[in-house]
Design a binder for this molecule. Structure first.
Ligand SMILES: [Zn+2]
Ligand SMILES: [Zn+2]
Ligand SMILES: [Zn+2]
Length: 177
């Protein structure tokens, strides 16, 4: 591997990756620092604690999906827990993050009030479903009988009103004549 900075002692640009994830000069062994500072695409050796290359913006570190430790983006195994940092896991994590992001955005756009409303309507739905489930047990026909009686009562009231209106109209006609 090479860095654009080179060894601060001998100036050699060739570096090797040590087992402790440190980069060292291949010529004199001087430790340059953590490998996660090395950009995999432009070989720039970045300042410490950067997540993206300051020259080209390439991602430098990635989180271990198991322990959350930051690792160099090209590292095969987590330096903390030893878990394999496969591409599949990385993609799965990214997908999970975007899904969570979408959920957060949806919740934010709905607001807590609307969420409560939705919960309430879900509760209503549940109670309606519950009633419908009770229907075959004998509650349904009784409720329908109630409905028929109420319809008859409404018809009777309407008929009475029509009758009263008819009487009033008759009296007005008689009074006028
Ligand atoms: Zn050196
Ligand atoms: Zn770069
Ligand atoms: Zn880990």
């Amino acid at each position: 591997m090479e860095t654009d900075r080179g060894c601060p002692k001998c100036g050699a640009s060739e570096v090797v990756l040590r087992k402790d994830q440190q980069l060292a000069c291949s010529n004199c062994g001087t430790v340059l620092g953590g490998v996660s500072r090395l950009c995999p695409s432009c070989s720039h050796y970045n300042e410490d604690n950067l997540r993206h290359c300051s020259v080209c913006g390439t991602e430098l570190v990635r989180e271990c999906s198991s322990c959350g430790a930051d690792n160099w983006v090209l590292a095969s195994y987590c330096s903390q827990c030893g878990r394999h940092l496969g591409l599949v896991e990385r993609l799965a994590r990214r997908w999970q993050q975007t899904t969570q992001q979408r959920l957060y955005e949806r919740q934010a756009s709905m607001g807590p009030l609307k969420e409560q409303e939705e919960w309430a309507s879900q509760g209503r739905m549940a109670s309606i479903m519950h009633l419908e489930r009770l229907e075959p047990l004998g509650l349904g026909p009784a409720a329908r009988g109630h409905g028929d009686r109420r319809l008859l009562r409404i018809l009777a009231v309407v008929a009475a009103l029509l009758f009263v209106a008819f009487i009033v109209a008759l009296l007005v006609t008689v009074g006028g004549a």
